[in-house]
Write a protein that binds this ligand. Structure first.
Ligand SMILES: [Zn+2]
Length: 396
């Protein structure tokens, strides 16, 4: 073996240390992500899930505990095996400020590693002017930063609109166009996402982990996302997943987005009203809720359920999901006209799929889903090697 120069030896030594350090951190990040996905997981279960020995798991947990990243509590004895601990968010650990900007109000809350939302502040839009709404939200986020200081490591914003590269390009329910969301808390990473995309991300990660999930939700219009193994497919600029603007509707009907025939305006309260020859309702969501139980609206509701079923079949053919999860008012629309939905869904689905169709399930998260999805996006930004390195450096 030929000896290297001292400089080469030193470089090799540094590379070795670097690789060892990276391996240590990748184990630590895996552990943090596991605690995030399964709060209260035991250390013994975590070792099995990560494929490491119990000694390594103990060592990783001790390190994360010393850095205030996780807390360990004695786990209740399970009757077999050695005593273990359960793993939780550390009470002084990193936090995310999460924001939801909706049609008529906003919410701001703080979330820990376990995804528990606390300190929720809310406000109704007194004006929908973007500067006013964002100023109110900025004040609420500043309040959290004042209270929690540098524990707030990321800001994540969910909005009822189409998002592209940090800008809300259009939000028809807010009447916004091209609204840039400046950093709400300078110095920390900020994520911005569409509310339906984030709701689907939460639904997929929390209730169908690791699976290929097509999420569709009807509120005012239709939104959704395809989440593959925990990753939301949002395209090159983040504006992907706008399933509501696939032309599964009536080509004669114009959509506020600028296209015609959008699915968005063919499955909601606006569609039911139009099919009944009525004016567009002020509150399409409440209108649809009433229409679902109104015998006079039965035919129009059945038509919307049919359009929902046909488009769902189209996306099943496109994405090949294992699970189709219906959120918002979509399960109720399906339930109000089950035959119309089923006939259109089956007619639109490719023949080979009848052998092994995807599961079709209602969503289980309530209206917090977008906030929970925003929390997921925030911790994706926090739990990186860089993010953890910053956390450690600030505590040194
Ligand atoms: Zn459209």
């Amino acid at each position: 073996m030929q000896a290297g120069t001292p400089a080469e030896d030193a470089a090799e030594g540094r590379a070795k240390v670097g690789r060892a350090e990276a391996a240590r951190w990748s184990g630590a990040l895996d552990m943090l992500n596991l605690v995030r996905a399964q709060p209260g997981v035991t250390r013994a279960e975590a070792a099995r899930a990560l494929g490491v020995g119990s000694g390594t798991a103990t060592e990783i947990c001790a390190r994360l505990r010393a850095l205030d990243l996780i807390a360990e509590r004695p786990a209740p004895p399970s009757g077999r095996g050695r005593p273990t601990t359960s793993l939780h968010a550390h009470p002084e650990g990193p936090l995310a400020a999460v924001v939801d900007i909706r049609q008529s109000d906003w919410r701001v809350a703080v979330a820990d590693l376990e995804g528990s939302l606390t300190d929720t502040a809310t406000g109704r839009h007194t004006s929908k002017r973007p500067d006013r709404v964002l100023a109110a939200v900025r004040d609420a986020v500043a309040g959290l930063a004042e209270r929690y200081g540098r524990r707030v490591r990321a800001v994540s914003v969910s909005t009822a609109g189409t998002v592209r590269r940090g800008t809300i390009v259009q939000a028809s329910v807010l009447n916004w166009r091209d609204v840039e969301v400046e950093p709400l808390l300078p110095g920390v990473p900020q994520a911005l996402g569409n509310d339906a995309t984030l709701a689907g991300l939460a639904e997929a990660r929390l209730n169908h982990p690791g699976r290929a999930v097509l999420f569709l939700t009807v509120e005012v219009g239709l939104g959704g996302i395809f989440v593959d193994g925990g990753r939301a497919l949002t395209g090159a600029t983040g504006a992907g997943g706008e399933f509501g603007h696939a032309p599964f509707g009536d080509p004669a009907v114009a959509c506020p987005c600028g296209a015609r025939g959008c699915w968005d305006v063919a499955v909601d309260g606006r569609a039911v009203a139009r099919l009944r020859g009525e004016d567009e309702p002020d509150d399409p969501r409440s209108y649809l809720i009433d229409a679902l139980v109104d015998p006079g609206a039965r035919a129009a509701v059945a038509e919307c359920a049919s359009v929902l079923g046909r488009g769902t079949a189209g996306l099943v053919n496109v994405f090949d999901p294992e699970v189709v999860c219906l959120g918002g008012l979509a399960p109720e629309l399906r339930r109000a006209a089950p035959d119309a939905f089923a006939a259109a869904y089956e007619a639109g689905t490719m023949g080979f799929r009848s052998e092994d169709p995807p599961e079709l399930v209602p969503s289980v998260l309530d209206r917090d889903a977008s906030m929970l999805g925003a929390t997921e996006a925030a911790f994706d930004a926090i739990l990186t090697e860089h993010g953890i390195a910053d956390w450690i450096e600030e505590r040194a």
